[in-house]
Design a protein around this ligand. Structure first.
Ligand SMILES: CC(C)(COP(=O)(O)OP(=O)(O)OC[C@H]1O[C@@H](n2cnc3c(N)ncnc32)[C@H](O)[C@@H]1OP(=O)(O)O)[C@@H](O)C(=O)NCCC(=O)NCCS
Length: 176
C-alpha cells in the first residue's frame, strides 16, 4: 500500500505499535456512535491489535487502510480507509456490493483543523489514480460532521439509501 503525503499530513501503513492509539480512538463513543450497526466501542488492546492485523492484510489493489500522522509533531490523528462496502442482505456476513467506499475516523483532539478533509482528498485522488471508476461514502443521517467532509472533498449527495450495511444511510459518490 502506497504512503501518501499532503501539506500537513503523512498517510502510512498501520504498525503494530499503533495499537494504543487505535484503542484510544475507537474506545470513544463520540468517535464510534455513527459507525457500525449497531455501534460498539472497542474495549481492549487485543481488539486494536486485531484491527491493525486486518488493516495490514488489505491486499486488494487500490484499496487501503492508512494511519494519518501530523507532519509537524509526528502524532497520530486518525484513520483513512478505502475498502469494499457490503451490500444489505438477509444473512451474515454481508456480501460485497462491488462498490468501494472511502471512510474517515479521527481522534476528537484533532477535529476542527481540516485534517480529515485534507487526508480524505488525498485518498480520493489515490483511488482514481489507481483506476477506480467510482467511490462512495455513506454516513448516518445524523452525522453532519462527516457529511461536511464528503462535500468538502467533492463527493455528490445522492439522498438516502438502504443499499449498504442493512442501514438507512446518506449516500455520497463521485466518479473518476
Ligand atoms: C467526521 C470527522 C472526521 C470530521 O472531522 P472534522 O475535523 O470536523 O473535519 P475536517 O477535517 O473537514 O475539518 C473541518 C473543520 O475544521 C475547521 N478548520 C480549522 N482549520 C482548518 C483548516 N486549516 N482547513 C480546513 N478546515 C479547518 C473547519 O472550519 C471545519 O469546522 P466546522 O465543521 O466547524 O466548520 C470527525 O467528526 C470524526 O472522526 N467523527 C467520528 C468518526 C466518524 O463518524 N466518521 C465518519 C463515519 S461516516
Amino acid at each position: 500500500m502506497k504512503s501518501l503525503e499532503t501539506e500537513r499530513l503523512i498517510l502510512r501503513q498501520w504498525e503494530p505499535e499503533d495499537a494504543g492509539f487505535v484503542l484510544d480512538l475507537y474506545s470513544r463513543w463520540e468517535v464510534q456512535q455513527f459507525i457500525g450497526n449497531p455501534p460498539q466501542v472497542m474495549t481492549d488492546l487485543q481488539q486494536a491489535e486485531e484491527r491493525i492485523r486486518v488493516w495490514r492484510a488489505t491486499d486488494h489493489p487500490g484499496h487501503g487502510a492508512w494511519s494519518v500522522q501530523i507532519k509537524a509533531t509526528g502524532e497520530l490523528a486518525g484513520a483513512l480507509l478505502l475498502k469494499s462496502i457490503p451490500a444489505s442482505g438477509g444473512s451474515l456476513p454481508l456480501q460485497p456490493s462491488g462498490d468501494t467506499e472511502i471512510g474517515w475516523h479521527f481522534h476528537p483532539d484533532y477535529w476542527g483543523h481540516g485534517y480529515a478533509s485534507e487526508a480524505a482528498a488525498a485518498v480520493l485522488a489515490y483511488a482514481f489514480d489507481s483506476g477506480l471508476r467510482k467511490v462512495v461514502a455513506v454516513t448516518a443521517p445524523a452525522n453532519t460532521a462527516s457529511q461536511k467532509v464528503c462535500i468538502r472533498i467533492g463527493l455528490v449527495h445522492k439522498g438516502q439509501t438502504g443499499r449498504y450495511y442493512n442501514a438507512l444511510c446518506e449516500l455520497f459518490e463521485r466518479t473518476a
